[in-house]
Design a protein around this ligand. Structure first.
Ligand code: URA
Length: 454
């Protein structure tokens, strides 16, 4: 006689006197197992091996009668159970790493649904689902698999029967973005195909959009590495201001007049030495956009590329931001884009200038410049991209992960939408990016709606 799941029994796979019913077990005597046995059972039970129940049952009885068993790491049953538990653990990890959500629009007034298709090697779906509920609490999502589906509506985690692959949605625009991103970060000189396949076995490739790029990128890797070697090292970014620097003069806090136009603000900013950052940056980076834009986005501070070009949001984070605006149907030229701090703060690491978050006093010293910009542009709504911008706009620390997607009201009555900074998305683990990008677009979409309603 063997052990079977209820589903196997319901499917009539076994004869009538097959599985034991609980009533036939009678009054069981007290039993004793080592503490580690229960978590081991919880893992092994999720293995696809049909002998898992028999193995655990045998181990259980042997533990009652063989005192030495619990201290025998080389026992064949123990070793087999431990190997199965490890395989299950690995599959749970793969599910966390390789689930890729696609966004499904559910119609006006309803939140987007993020749906993923996954084919696990073991029965790990329900056991891994709480991880996704914790990680993507604010989103509505579903993970479809052939055996079981799980879904989260922001409050309830539901487990239901499996579905066919055809129920999974097709690729979306967010996915195309990540393919472009994946391609751009692929370094041919670092390609280690064997290590890559070990971490991301081919079995998962069918459901990973970026996997389609691996073979063509790998095929061209040797040639691209050779071109890189022949080109030799490039010079570090040089500090070439894009416009001549005006002579230092009085800034506002030391007696300068409050600028009455965006052009006057630009000149005053260039002179600003109210904190130490300005002396090291290439140039000040003022906001850009129409004087009376309805919507104003505020980031943290210029990065390396912004510092060199003198324009906000033109580096990698800026490209992601511009792309999101385009996907939301916003022409970047119609909105005002600025930063909480107007100079680039960095530390040198070799030849590279590495971004450093501005200190609170540095941000505070810059606050009046942003306030002047807000008054001059007089936008109806503001969007804070990240914590520095949120603090600068609100005057107090805002917990961005808790308040994202919400409108807060400033003392002057202006509304501020809180959301993540695009750099936060670029720093995320690859497995989190699709969903995080979709959630970010959902936040920004509120600003678009606000913009359209004005
Ligand atoms: N990050 C910002 O916060 N602002 C920029 O302009 C670029 C990157």
């Amino acid at each position: 006689m063997g052990w079977h799941t209820a589903r196997e029994v319901e499917a009539g796979l076994f004869d009538a006197d097959g599985p034991a019913s609980p009533s036939s077990l009678g009054d069981a005597p007290p039993v004793n197992v080592p503490a580690a046995f229960m978590p081991l059972c919880e893992r092994v039970i999720l293995h696809r091996d049909s002998e898992r129940f028999g193995l655990l049952y045998r181990l259980f009885w042997r533990l009652q009668t063989e005192a030495a068993l619990r201290h025998d790491p080389l026992d064949a049953d123990w070793m087999r159970a431990e190997r199965m538990a490890q395989e299950v653990g690995r599959e749970m990890h793969k599910m966390k790493a390789f689930v890729r959500f696609r966004t499904v629009d559910q119609g006006p007034g309803r939140p987007s649904l993020h749906v993923a298709w996954f084919e696990p090697a073991h029965h790990v779906v329900a056991a891994t689902a709480p991880f996704f509920a914790r990680r993507f609490t604010a989103m509505h999502w579903a993970i479809l698999t052939p055996e079981q589906c799980v879904s989260w509506d922001g409050e309830h985690l539901l487990v239901g029967p499996g579905v066919g692959r055809e129920q999974a949605p097709p690729a979306d625009a967010g996915e195309k973005l990540w393919l472009t991103y994946y391609e751009s970060i692929f370094n041919p000189a670092r390609l280690k195909l064997a290590a890559m396949q070990k971490e991301m076995p081919r079995r998962y490739w069918a459901n990973l959009p970026e996997a389609a790029l691996i073979d063509p990128l790998a095929a061209r890797a040797a040639e691209r590495s050779m071109t890189m070697i022949q080109k030799g090292p490039s010079d570090p970014a040089r500090r070439h201001p894009s416009a001549p620097r005006p002579a230092p003069g009085p800034a506002l806090s030391s007696g300068g007049d409050k600028p009455q136009s965006l052009e006057a603000l630009r000149v005053a900013l260039e002179r600003c030495r109210e904190c130490p950052i300005g002396a090291h940056a290439t140039q000040a980076v003022p906001g850009e956009g129409p004087r009376h834009a309805r919507l104003m986005f505020v980031g943290e501070q210029p990065g390396d590329q912004e510092d060199l070009q003198g324009r906000p949001f033109v580096g990698p984070a800026g490209q992601l931001f511009s792309r999101a605006l385009a996907e939301l149907g916003i022409d970047r030229r119609t909105v005002y884009i600025s930063n909480a701090v107007k100079h680039f703060k960095f530390e040198l690491r070799g030849k590279r200038r590495i971004h450093k978050t501005p200190a609170q006093e540095e941000a505070a010293a810059c606050q009046h410049w942003l306030e002047t910009e807000i008054e001059l542009v007089d936008a109806d709504a503001l969007v804070a991209l990240g914590a520095t911008a949120a603090r600068q706009l609100m005057g107090y620390a805002v917990a961005v992960t808790r308040s994202r997607g919400q409108w807060l009201k400033r003392a002057d009555g202006r509304r501020v939408l809180i959301t993540l900074h695009p750099s936060a998305l670029l720093r995320m683990e690859p497995e989190d990016k699709d969903a995080a990008y979709a959630a970010w677009l959902a936040d920004l979409r509120q600003a678009v709606a606000q913009n359209a309603a004005l």
